[in-house]
Design a protein around this ligand. Structure first.
Ligand code: SF4
Ligand code: FES
Length: 289
C-alpha cells in the first residue's frame, strides 16, 4: 500500500479492535491510557504536561489492522523530548506492536526518517517542543508501507547503488605508502555532499520522484556529485559519472523545487549540487570544431 493518508482516521482503539487482534498483541488501550504499566502510570500522573501522538497504524498481516488508521497515545512531555523518544515511550508502555525503525538516536544512522506534522524529518532530531500539538506521525510518503511507520527502502537503495556510490580512481599513486592527496579547496567543495546518511527524506519529498519511479532522485545525484567533483578520481571516471547522471531519468528531470533541500536533516544543498552537475554535463558535451 502507499502512504496516502486515509480519509477517515480512527483516534482510539476499541475493545472490539483488541478482541479481533488474532495475536493479542495490543493492550486494551483507549488513547494509550488503559492497560499501561505502573511506571507509565506514575510518569503520566507526575508529568506537568502530556502530549498526544497520533500515529499511523497498518499491518497487512494482522486482522483489525489491515485498514490503515491512526491511534492516539498520550505521553508525558519532558524537556528535550524528541519525537523518537515519544514513540519509544508509546511502544514500551502502551503497545509493543507499534513498529518503527531507529538506531543511533543522534541523526547519524538515517533510519528514522518519518513524516511528522506534514514534513519529512528525523524522529531523533525533531524536538516535540518545536511542533504543533497533537503531533501526527506517519511513514514517509511515496514509498510502500511495510508496517506502521516502516517503509520499504529497496527502491531508494537501488537508485543510490545505480550511481556507483564508492570511490574509483584511474590514477593511483605509484609508491606503496604514498597518500592520494586532495587539495583543501576541493575537499571544501564536496564537504557537504559527504554528509548524507541515506535517510530517504529528500526522495520522499520530491514531486518528480513521486511521478517518475526511474528518476535517480536527489540523494543519488548528490552521491554522484560527491565523487564526480572529487579531483582524485581522474577525468575518465568523471566522464563516466557524468554519463550516468545525464541519462533520461537523471539530473535533467529536476525541476528545482527545493523540497529536497528544505527537508534534508544534514543541510546538504541538494538542489545546488544538482544544478552544478547540470552545468558540468553541459560543459562536458560542448564541442569546438
Ligand atoms: S541527501 Fe539528506 S535527505 Fe537525502 S538521504 Fe541524504 S541525508 Fe537524507
Ligand atoms: S535514530 Fe539514527 S538518525 Fe535517528
Amino acid at each position: 500500500m502507499s502512504t496516502q493518508i486515509p480519509e477517515q482516521e480512527t483516534e482510539t482503539e476499541t475493545e472490539t479492535d483488541v478482541e479481533q487482534d488474532p495475536k493479542g498483541r495490543r493492550p486494551p488501550a483507549a488513547r494509550g491510557r488503559a492497560g499501561m504499566d505502573q511506571r507509565a502510570e506514575d510518569e503520566l500522573s507526575d508529568a506537568e504536561e502530556t502530549v498526544d501522538l497520533k500515529v499511523f497504524r497498518y499491518d497487512p498481516e494482522v486482522e483489525g489492522k489491515k485498514e490503515p488508521r491512526f491511534d492516539t497515545f498520550e505521553v508525558p512531555f519532558t524537556k528535550g523530548m524528541t519525537v523518537l523518544d515519544a514513540l519509544i515511550f508509546a511502544r514500551d508502555h502502551f503497545d509493543s506492536s507499534l513498529t518503527f525503525r531507529h538506531s543511533c538516536r543522534q541523526a547519524i544512522c538515517g533510519s528514522d526518517a518519518l513524516f511528522i506534522n506534514g514534513s519529512q524529518r528525523l524522529g531523533c532530531k525533531t524536538q516535540m517542543a518545536d511542533l504543533e500539538w497533537p503531533v501526527r506521525v506517519e511513514p514517509l510518503p511515496h514509498a510502500e508501507v511495510v508496517k506502521d511507520l516502516v517503509v520499504d527502502m529497496e527502491h531508494f537503495y537501488d537508485q543510490m547503488e545505480s550511481v556507483e556510490p564508492y570511490f574509483q580512481t584511474d590514477d593511483l599513486p605509484s609508491g606503496e605508502l604514498e597518500e592520494q592527496r586532495q587539495d583543501r579547496a576541493n575537499r571544501e567543495e564536496i564537504k557537504m555532499s559527504t554528509r548524507c546518511i541515506w535517510c530517504g527524506a529528500c526522495m520522499s519529498s520530491c514531486n518528480v520522484a513521486a511521478g517518475d519511479n526511474e528518476y535517480l532522485g536527489p540523494a543519488a545525484i548528490n552521491k554522484a556529485y560527491r565523487f564526480a567533483m572529487d579531483e582524485r578520481e581522474g577525468e575518465d571516471m568523471t566522464e563516466h559519472r557524468l554519463n550516468i547522471i545525464e541519462q533520461e531519468h537523471g539530473v535533467w528531470r529536476c525541476q528545482t523545487q527545493f523540497s529536497c533541500t528544505e527537508v534534508c536533516p544534514k543541510d546538504i544543498p541538494l538542489t545546488e549540487h544538482i544544478q552544478e552537475l547540470k552545468r558540468e554535463a553541459v560543459k562536458s558535451n560542448l564541442k569546438f570544431w
